[in-house]
Ligand binder design. Structure first.
Ligand code: SIN
Ligand code: FE
Length: 314
């Protein structure tokens, strides 16, 4: 597959977007988690990713070992958290219930996904290797549609990822998703480029008051001092989700990720919403800001330009 063009035609049955319409999905031909890629292909992938596109691998499958299919059943979730999680350095999963054998099996499955995802990112983006850190891995075995959640937690609304208690201090969120359900597509909406989104909402955000970051850390509202970057990103997340008119009318596209497909995005940059789907795996990788070569499209670059000062100086 190494000689195939990077921008191969999609193998999905979805019609191509008409000219002028938003199309952020970039299909890729690779079938292996350690694919052979040329330097030119790697440069193109990195450019597309950093511009905020979805790198979509329709034929990059993550295969179950015998017996692992049982973990698609949401009864292995402990009921408190919707996902089963593995932290980078842990040797056991969190949020799961079952026999010791089940829990060991879940660990093996999720750990294998983490290893495969990291291998993929290291192979496609070797320049990121000195700047990347493996973060959490999750198995999400519950249907998304119809979940009762507050608007702020409602990921069926378009948003960029940002966490209230976990300031990133400029670290980027690179995520590798895989639709592990054998039958149902994972249906997403993706929205306009981050720069366009920011132009609408940044004027409605505000900075922190003096002492706010220290106080929030002291009160354990945040795990570390929140930066202005995190503060603005969180407001952008909330402002987008709260604005139903924006949700309905922003330029956007729906895309159905079929069973067995994989996709990579910067989820702090790409406006996304997960509408339907039954079972997904997800790997998060933190990337230090200096890894990014595109200083036009990254959230930090856009915010710094709009606010007239660097966002990542504390
Ligand atoms: C999200 O990151 O907003 C959710 C993605 C998904 O569950 O498909
Ligand atoms: Fe999200």
């Amino acid at each position: 597959m190494s000689e195939a063009p990077v921008l191969a035609p999609s193998t999905s049955t979805q019609p191509p977007a008409a000219a002028g319409q938003l199309n952020l999905i970039r299909p890729q031909p690779y079938t292996d988690w350690a694919p052979q890629v040329t330097a030119e292909e790697r440069a193109m992938l990195r450019r597309e990713l950093e511009q905020g596109a979805v790198l979509y691998f329709p034929n990059l499958n993550f295969r179950f070992q015998p017996g692992e299919e049982r973990f698609l059943d949401s009864r292995y979730s402990d009921g408190k958290s919707k996902n089963i999680n593995l932290r980078a350095d842990d040797t056991a999963v969190r949020g799961a219930q079952g026999s010791p054998q089940d829990l060991a099996g879940l660990y093996t499955l999720i750990r294998r996904y983490a290893d495969n995802s990291e291998t993929l990112v290291r192979t496609l983006f070797p320049e990121y290797i000195p700047h990347m850190m493996r973060a959490g891995t999750s198995l999400r075995p519950s249907e998304i549609a119809g979940r009762p959640v507050s608007w702020r937690k409602d990921d069926t609304r378009l948003h960029v990822d940002s966490f209230p208690s976990n300031p990133m201090l400029g670290k980027r969120l690179l995520r590798v998703f895989h639709n592990i359900d054998p039958a149902a597509p994972r249906v997403w909406r993706v929205g306009e480029p981050f720069g366009d989104f920011a132009r609408k909402f940044v004027p409605k955000t505000h900075g922190m008051w003096p002492g706010q970051a220290s106080l929030m850390k002291l009160l354990h509202i945040t795990k570390r001092k929140r930066s202005e970057y995190d503060h603005r990103m969180l407001q952008l997340h909330d402002l987008a989700k709260a604005d139903l008119d924006y949700q309905a009318n922003v330029p956007q596209q729906e895309f159905q990720f079929p069973p067995g497909s994989t996709w990579i995005v910067f989820s702090d940059q790409l406006l996304h919403a997960a509408m339907r789907g039954r079972a997904m795996m997800e790997q998060t990788i933190y990337l230090a800001p200096q890894a990014i070569s595109d200083h036009t499209h990254s959230p930090e670059a856009v915010l710094s330009r709009m606010l007239g000062r660097p966002m990542l100086v504390s």
